[in-house]
Write a protein that binds this ligand. Structure first.
Ligand SMILES: Cc1ncc(COP(=O)(O)O)c(C=O)c1O
Length: 420
C-alpha cells in the first residue's frame, strides 16, 4: 500500500488543487469586453449604459422586473436590508452556517442577530426552528442557499408571510440554482448575489446584484446604493443629484465590471452544467469510501455546486475532519470545512464587538431584549462545522483534477490507521 504523503510518501499530485478556484474562468471575450469599456473612457454609472445593460440581462435571466448591480455581495445584502427598513429596533433571523457577511449586513443596519439552526442534511435554514426563534422584534429573515442548494423556500415563505417578515435571500453561492423549477432569489422580497472571484460567475473579482419584483424596493435599493440621492428634486434650483433623503452608501458597480458580467452571464448555464457533471462524478466515487458522505440533495432542487459539501463522519472514518483534511492537503488536495467556527461563535459576535467602544448593536436599548450567542444555541450547525469537507467541483477542473481528488480521498481513507 502506498505511503501517505503526510508520512513522507509521494503525494497524489505535486501542485495543490484548491476547493474553490483561485482564477476566474474567462476567455478573450471577457477581456475584450472590458478593454472596450476602458477604451471608451466611460467607466462609471453616470456615463455608461453597460451597467443598465447588465442589470437588464440579469433581470431577464431571473425573470424578475428589477435588478440593481452593486460592488459586492455584502453590499447587496446590506442595501437590501436598508431598503426593507430594517433597523436597530429589529432582529433578523439568519443561520449560523453561512459566511460572516450575512451577519455583518445585519449589524451594518444596527440590527440584532437572531440565529436559527440549520437542517443537518441540507445545511440550510430549518423553517421550523426559524419559527421558534421569532420574537416581537423580528422583522426579517435571511435564508442562505448554502453551497449552491436552495433552502426550503415554500416552508420559509409560509412562516415568513404568517409572521409578516421581510425575506432577503442570500443567493451568493447559488447563482442559477432552482427550487421546484423556480430560480432562487425570486421567492423572497429581495434576492442577493455575489460575483466574487470564486463564485459561479464574476464581474472582475468583486461585484454583486439585488433582484426584486417590487418597484418600491427596487427604487430604494438603487437610491441607497447611490448615496440616497432623490429621483426628482423637490427644489426648483437644486438638481436631484444634489439632494439626499437618508443615510446612503456608494455601492455602485463600475462599467468594466458590468461588461465582464454580461459575458459571464451568457456562460453561466454552461458553468453550472459542468459543475453538476463534476459533482456526479464525485458522488459516484464517494459512495465507495466508508465514512465520507456525499451531500444530500433534495429531489425538488437544482443544486449548482458552488462547492461540493461532503461530510467526514469521524466515528466511521476513524479520524477527525481536520486530520483527514490535513492528510489530503499533503496529497495535494486542499479541502476545508466551510465554517469551522459557526458565525454565532465567532469572537466578533461572542465578544459583542460593536460600534466604537460600545457593544451596540449587540446590547441594544432600542431592541431591548437580551440576546446571547453561545455554544448550544444551534447544535446542528455546530456539529456540521466539525464534519463538513468542501471539495473542488468548479467548472475549470480537468478530468485529471477530479480523478486526483478521488484517488487522494481513497488513499487517505484506506490509510487512516496510520494517522491515529
Ligand atoms: C453566503 C454568502 N453571503 C454573502 C457573501 C458576500 O459576498 P461578497 O464576497 O461578494 O461580498 C458570500 C461570499 O463571499 C457568501 O458566500
Amino acid at each position: 500500500m502506498e505511503e501517505l504523503a503526510i508520512k513522507g510518501g509521494k503525494p497524489v499530485r505535486e501542485t495543490v488543487l484548491h476547493f474553490v478556484p483561485l482564477e476566474a474562468d474567462m476567455t478573450e471575450e471577457e477581456i475584450n469586453a472590458v478593454l472596450e469599456v476602458y477604451r471608451s473612457r466611460k467607466l462609471s454609472q453616470l456615463v455608461s449604459e453597460k451597467i443598465n445593460e447588465f442589470e437588464e440581462a440579469f433581470a431577464k435571466y431571473y425573470g424578475v422586473e428589477y435588478a440593481i448591480a452593486v460592488n459586492s455581495g455584502t453590499a447587496a445584502l446590506h442595501v437590501a436590508l436598508a431598503a426593507a427598513g430594517i433597523g436597530p429596533a429589529n432582529d433578523v433571523i439568519l443561520p449560523p452556517y453561512t459566511f460572516m457577511a450575512t451577519a455583518n449586513a445585519i449589524l451594518h443596519q444596527s440590527s440584532v442577530l437572531n440565529f436559527a439552526d440549520v437542517n443537518p442534511k441540507t445545511y440550510n435554514l430549518d423553517p421550523s426552528d426559524m419559527e421558534k426563534r421569532i420574537t416581537k422584534k423580528t422583522k426579517a429573515v435571511i435564508p442562505v442557499h448554502m453551497l449552491g442548494q436552495s433552502a426550503d423556500m415554500d416552508a420559509i415563505m409560509e412562516v415568513a408571510r404568517r409572521h409578516n417578515l421581510v425575506v432577503v435571500e442570500d443567493s451568493a453561492q447559488a447563482n442559477g440554482a432552482t427550487y421546484k423549477g423556480r430560480k432562487v432569489g425570486t421567492f423572497g422580497d429581495l434576492g442577493c448575489f455575489s460575483f466574487y472571484l470564486n463564485k459561479h460567475m464574476t464581474t472582475g473579482g468583486e461585484g454583486g446584484m439585488i433582484i426584486t419584483h417590487d418597484e418600491k424596493l427596487a427604487k430604494r435599493v438603487r437610491s441607497i446604493a447611490n448615496h440616497c440621492r432623490v429621483d426628482v428634486s423637490p427644489y426648483p434650483n437644486v438638481p436631484a443629484h444634489n439632494v439626499y433623503w437618508g443615510i446612503g452608501y456608494n455601492y455602485r458597480m463600475t462599467a468594466p465590471q458590468a461588461a465582464m458580467g454580461l459575458v459571464q452571464l451568457r456562460r453561466l448555464d454552461s458553468f453550472i452544467e459542468k459543475r453538476r457533471r463534476n459533482a456526479e462524478y464525485l458522488t459516484r466515487h464517494l459512495k465507495e469510501i466508508e465514512g465520507i458522505e456525499p451531500p444530500y440533495i433534495r429531489n425538488d432542487v437544482k443544486h449548482v455546486y458552488w462547492a461540493y459539501g461532503a461530510l467526514v463522519i469521524q466515528e466511521r472514518v476513524g479520524i477527525s475532519r481536520d486530520s483527514f483534511a490535513e492528510a489530503l492537503l499533503a496529497e495535494g488536495i486542499h479541502a476545508e470545512g466551510y465554517c469551522p467556527i459557526p458565525v454565532h461563535l465567532q469572537d466578533a459576535i461572542k465578544n459583542k464587538v460593536g460600534y466604537g467602544d460600545t457593544h451596540f448593536p449587540f446590547d441594544n436599548p432600542l431592541h431591548g431584549e437580551k440576546v446571547s450567542h453561545h455554544r448550544g444555541l444551534c447544535p446542528n450547525a455546530e456539529k456540521l462545522s466539525s464534519q463538513d469537507l468542501l471539495l473542488p467541483v468548479y467548472q475549470s477542473l480537468t478530468e485529471k483534477d477530479l480523478k486526483d481528488v478521488v484517488v487522494a480521498l481513497k488513499k487517505v481513507a484506506e490509510n487512516v490507521s496510520k494517522l491515529k
